[in-house]
Design a protein around this ligand. Sequence first.
Ligand SMILES: Cc1ncc(COP(=O)(O)O)c(C=O)c1O
Length: 356
Amino acid sequence: MNNLPDFPWDRLVPYKERAAAHPDGIVDLSVGTPVDSVPPLVRAALIEAADSPGYPLTHGTTALREAASGWLARRHGVRVDQRDVLPLIGSKEFVAWLPTYLGAQRVVFPELAYPTYDVGARLAGAHGTAADGLLALGPEPVDLVWVNSPGNPTGKVLPAEHLRKVVAWARERGAVVASDECYIELGWEEKPVSILHPDVCEGSHEGLLAVHSLSKRSNLAGYRAGFVTGDPALIGRLLEMRKHAGMLMPQPVQAAMAAAFADDDHADAQRERYAARRAVLRPALEKAGWRVDHSTAGLYLWATNGEPAWEQVGRLSENGILVAPGEFYGSAGERHVRIAITATDERIDAAVRRLQ
Ligand SMILES: Cc1ncc(COP(=O)(O)O)c(C=O)c1O
């Protein structure tokens, strides 16, 4: 079986080498991996649970599930029963396998999107369609619609009104809506809303799944910690399949995740770090001739100077700055670059100096 796309990051390697040759070193704003420390209270919880000889539960501990549902209620006005929380070994594995779990034949995802939605459709042998407007899809059945707000790569926020229409459209057709909300705590100019918020779903979670991650909120990309929640019947089916497939989150990570969701202070501090980096990088890019589109939330600046994406990547790499070409995320990105705000303050300052 190989209907998978080439791994796009390999094509960035020559630009990475060029950027690394800068006398003051590379500023890598391409991948968007967290660089700040794991919060001490999360590390303490991990260590405390280090002696975990037995198998963990696929469904996770009650403490983990209660912490996750408590966070959703406290921070996002979403009420879910703790039994409807299902731990994920990072959200990426779930994005990649959801179409397979659902037996989906047709999957729809945004035109500019995180590539794993497409990969998931391919792994399931399903037909993947990149489309923002559902009306253009025609009468063929659809099994799964992905939405992603705030979005990667554009940083665009989908308003409640838009999400309501997606939910209504999908419910009419019996399609599942999976909402990837891994950047939900990182709204800058707009407040992102969950698909499970009563303003969107009118109190019923039927046919809806919300996918969350601690990678960005709590710098836990290295722990692999996320969860999915929503429609109790769907969660029940997913739990059964994941039990059979051995998708077990390690017990110490479960303990770390419970501690992270029970605490907001560290997440607020991390948010402030990103806000400060964004506040200096964005005007520096604009002064240097880039226009920033969308990007009202999330961890990326979606920028263009009008040139083809790879020329922009090349130009910035001459200055020791590595960014991702927009076409990694869909052909509509062929004149944009995605610039992550996930470098240290020192590296962001270096980028700002180089752009002057
Ligand atoms: C839109 C989106 N979804 C999911 C993920 C996967 O995150 P993780 O597997 O770390 O939870 C990412 C990672 O950057 C992403 O950008």
